[in-house]
Design a protein around this ligand. Structure first.
Ligand SMILES: [Zn+2]
Length: 362
């Protein structure tokens, strides 16, 4: 970032200094890794290297996310993009740069304030009701962010224009944020390379015509630099609108959105299977209690098996790529096979003949 730019930023939407915190922030409830979809340098075509990882914590309507960001860079010192940092394109759909609250929270705050005309204390109560840990003064702050966001292309046009011209190309991302079905959709169109938000507008519908209007506005706003690509979640209305306004420009589906949507039925079925599996291995605690006083070898073995089962049932996996239910099935099957083997060798199970707590995994 250029020195001069840093100063100008203070007026722009980029800034989101959260106010000093009086109580510690609650722990993250979800962990997500974001990677840039770009794997090769735009300048020289060499494979990008991982420059470093960054961490961000973002509070959304779905919980508190610990984001681990993989930042890549070009390793070729002869390349004009040498050491240019590529952050994950998806990052900007989570939150504003430096923001602690998700764009979905800002979209909800904006809708409650400007469409439903609710007061700051009322919005604060609504957010708490939805499980968002937030201070009342931060609500006022988010209202200001929302206002900046929806006026950005009017107030900040020249600065963005200059920046994109210098950059020489843009990759657009389109996100529709809808806090719930009853609310309007906050459409955000941004450039993934500069992380600049180009246009944000609340609309009551996700109709193709409305999205096309937004895209046309963005197209007019852009300096004469090529649009290298467009990223979205691939909803049909967006696809058609993009094809109309930016024909022939590669349109990539945001991989994680796409994957998440495609995997939804599988993840649900997997969760259901995991619940059923867990029902089969209840009652570890009584076994452990019965073994407490014993120090003999089989008691120790049985304790180890209990621990293995415990650890298997508390591992929820990382859907959509690592499914918890399948993992649980694999681990329980291994435990069962191992128990069978022991039973074969000893001629009986692990159960002690005198006091009898048997460890059975079905
Ligand atoms: Zn390069």
């Amino acid at each position: 970032m250029l020195e001069g730019e840093r100063g100008r930023r203070s007026r722009a939407v980029r800034r989101e200094p959260e106010m000093a915190r009086r109580s510690p922030r609650p722990e993250a409830t979800h962990h997500v890794v974001l990677r840039p979809t770009l794997e090769k340098c735009e300048g020289c075509g060499e494979a990008l290297w991982v420059a470093h990882h960054k961490r961000r914590t973002v509070t959304t309507l779905q919980g508190i996310y610990d984001l681990r960001l993989v930042v890549r860079q070009c390793p070729n010192s002869q390349c004009q993009e040498y050491h240019h940092r590529y952050r994950p394109e998806e990052e900007g759909s989570w939150a504003l740069p430096h923001g602690e609250f998700g764009l979905d929270v800002i979209a909800l705050v904006g809708a409650l304030r400007f469409r439903e005309h609710r007061s700051v204390p009322e919005i604060h109560q609504e957010l708490l009701r939805r499980g968002v840990q937030i201070a009342e003064r931060s609500v006022a702050h988010l209202i200001a962010r929302y206002e900046e966001l929806v006026t950005v292309h009017v107030t900040d046009r020249d600065r963005i224009h200059e920046k994109l011209k210098k950059q020489g190309r843009v990759i657009l991302a389109i996100d529709g944020l809808q806090p719930d079905a009853a609310h309007e959709v906050l459409w955000v169109i941004r450039d993934c390379l500069s992380q600049e938000i180009l246009l944000a507008r609340p609309l009551l519908s996700s109709a193709q015509g409305d999205i096309a209007t937004l895209l046309r506005e963005v197209k007019e706003l852009l300096p004469p630099v090529p649009v290298k690509g467009i990223i979205s979640d691939g909803e049909k209305a967006i696809r058609t609108a993009v094809a109309g306004i930016f024909p022939k420009i590669p349109h990539q589906l945001c991989q994680i959105h796409y994957l998440r949507d495609a995997a939804k039925p599988i993840v649900q079925a997997d969760r259901h299977a995991a619940t059923q599996l867990k029902a089969h291995v209840r009652g570890i605690r009584p076994i452990e209690r019965a073994l407490e006083a014993r120090t003999d070898e089989s008691a120790q073995d049985a304790r180890d098996y209990c621990l293995a089962v415990r650890s298997a049932i508390t591992d929820d996996g990382h859907p959509p790529l690592k499914l918890g239910g399948i993992k649980l099935h694999t681990r329980l099957s291994q435990i069962r096979d191992s128990l069978d083997l022991v039973a074969q060798k000893r001629g009986s199970g692990l159960a002690c003949k005198s006091c009898g707590p048997s460890l059975h995994v079905d």
